[in-house]
Design a protein around this ligand. Structure first.
Ligand SMILES: C[S@@+](CC[C@H](N)C(=O)[O-])C[C@H]1O[C@@H](n2cnc3c(N)ncnc32)[C@H](O)[C@@H]1O
Length: 208
């Protein structure tokens, strides 16, 4: 099924691209994760009722709607582009008419990912190449601060991982790579998911 058709099945509009203005070097453009990639990811990686997901740089919300609709778990999307954020809000109105039976909350927040205050119940963090390594470091450090305060196992789900993201996670953080999900038929080697995990036991050991 095409991307537009899949959007229609969720009563949302997420197809397309939005560039930031000339000169923006840290914030990347809007483009949604392909539905085929999300299907592949969730063949191999499951969410359960106790999970709570954040999409950093959620765009028009495709990943948030997909996860909410499939797993019925709370999802929060953070978006810094005002027009894109408005589009996510329009999508929530139409989506909610269809998904009234799903009790879990779904919400979008306008603002910078690096300023978002991570909530103690949030444990799955999604990134599709939203920003530079400088911003990614800040967001991951915020996640690490949050798990120190409220120890819990957390995952980073990274689509289209850059060499800089991978190097940073490997060298400068306690996250361990636990899973790699390739997308069959793609030529670009970055079109894959990497899942990194930090286990509660390891945090407790580290903070003594
Ligand atoms: C590649 S899109 C991914 C959209 C969505 N996560 C998905 O996978 O379908 C990246 C998004 O991150 C947003 N973004 C870039 N920098 C950001 C920041 N510092 N804080 C929040 N959002 C940001 C962009 O405006 C864009 O919508």
């Amino acid at each position: 099924m095409g991307e537009r058709k899949l959007d229609r099945s969720l009563s949302i509009r997420t197809v397309g691209i939005r560039e930031w203005g000339f000169g923006e070097v840290h914030y990347n453009r809007y483009e949604a994760t392909p539905y085929t990639a999300l299907d592949k990811l969730f063949e191999r990686y499951r969410l359960d009722k106790s999970d709570s997901v954040v999409d950093f740089g959620c765009g028009r919300g495709r990943v948030a709607f997909y996860i909410h609709n499939r797993f019925h778990v709370p999802v929060t999307g953070i978006e810094a582009n005002d027009k894109t954020y408005e589009e996510a809000l329009s999508n929530i109105e139409t989506y909610r008419l269809r998904a009234k039976h799903i009790r879990a909350p779904i919400e979008f927040k306008y603002g910078l990912a690096e300023h978002y205050e991570i909530q103690p119940e949030e444990n799955k963090f999604y990134f599709f190449n939203p920003f530079s390594i400088k911003i990614f470091r800040q967001v991951v450090n915020n996640i690490l601060e949050s798990v120190k305060e409220n120890p819990r196992t957390v995952d980073l789900i990274i689509y289209y991982p850059t060499a800089q993201y991978k190097q940073f996670l490997k060298k400068d953080t306690p996250f361990q790579l636990i899973n790699k999900v390739k997308i069959p038929g793609t030529i670009d080697r970055r079109e894959k998911f990497l899942i990194y995990r930090l286990r509660q036991e390891d945090i407790e050991l580290e903070i003594g």
